[in-house]
Design a protein around this ligand. Sequence first.
Ligand code: ATR
Length: 275
Amino acid sequence: MSNDLYAVVGNPISHSKSPRIHSLFASQTGEAVEYTAIQAPIDDFERTVRQFFERGGKGLNVTVPFKEQAWKLAARRTARAEKAGASNTLYFSEDGVLTADNTDGQGLVQDLTSNHGVTLNGARILILGAGGAVRGVIAPILARGPAALTIANRTVSKAEALVSLFADDAGNTEMAACGFEQPDQPFDVIINGTSASLQGDLPPVSANVIGENTVIYDMMYSLQTTTFNQWALDHGASRAYDGLGMLVEQAAESFRVWRGIAPETSPVIDELRND
Ligand code: ATR
């Protein structure tokens, strides 16, 4: 029997770690899965998706810059994808409907709580950034019941828009939006969701947000310490994690959605860290 076919679609895609992660999941679980990387033309994402499923493909991961297009293309969305406004996981449901899911937020929360032992319930959390990546993780963070969630962004109106969008999910969490310069007290958890480091920049936030027990999380991953994490460590943070665990955890959640089996993630994270 031939393997079931999965892929990640993006542009560019050659550096994606997803094929490696999913092939490690497949060998670990014994699932008959083949997983490739597809570079879609920037203006032809939809045709790439259609061709993949016409060829019998079972599921797609979607990455930059197509996550919003994947969300729009799908005829059905899971609740977590609906709120995220973007999709990283596509598949046909049993009743034949192209369905969009989003496993990014679950990936972040799982990495923070299970892999790093960080308690989000009751925590005061600062998120830096208000773009697509941040929008995708807010609902799963709120579901853990933090005491406060402050979203700081260069463009304050985008942070304010996210606070309004997620007001219904806030429960007892106190939500606030502001610019980078405003927060001036230590937070329990600080998550960098900006793409500033791609331009060699740092979000210009005060070092006063870092206390001796503050946990730092950069949603980007890097073989070296990320620029943001280095800054935080230089300013007194004791723990700073990058997004490699989130990457593996979101992949594991996609694998579970597609195959009904949750792979073990720590051996895969260790293996990638040693690559
Ligand atoms: P992504 O999908 O990675 O979230 P995005 O939607 O373009 O990409 O969002 C990028 C985020 O990084 C935004 O919060 C952006 O701030 P603005 O909303 O003000 O544009 C932030 N960002 C990008 N470059 C930055 C920089 N040099 N300094 C600070 N913030 C930056």
